[in-house]
Design a binder for this molecule. Sequence first.
Ligand SMILES: [Zn+2]
Length: 169
Amino acid sequence: MLFGSGCAETGAPGPPLGRDSGARPAALAPGTHFPPVSEARIVGGISTRVKRGSPAFRRLVRGATPSIVFKDEEATGADLLMTPRLRTRLHELARLVTREWPGVRLRVTEAWDEDSEHGENSIHYEGRAVDVTTSDRDRRKLGRLAGLAIQAGFDWVSHERDHVHASVR
Ligand SMILES: [Zn+2]
């Protein structure tokens, strides 16, 4: 992913497509996020970019599990690393995906980013955000995938048109 993809840096709030129980939307329209306030306000801004070998780096965990496909674009394993809270939500989302679409798996394209490929204050630099699609890369599933991410307990979820960005506190 290239810098300037707009990943979670902007995104106007908009009405959700549908609702399940309470106020949680069952799906998100492209270009919208939930809850409809800024990501930083919900999950907190980053305090520092996590570097290899730092104490914060040693607190990251590997998110690999057979139910998730990792793109590992940089082939460094960085995209398998995340905070424990993020991993808990991610594994729940993987479970919801296989239940929703039998034969389809959750696909992670980015998690922790050590190459500064995202915007200035991206939550990816602390390993608190993931970019996901489904393993069949069917964009028509992204709206519902965003809804499942909300259901899985991610604190802030955005439908970025070609992927879903989800982050935690
Ligand atoms: Zn992202």
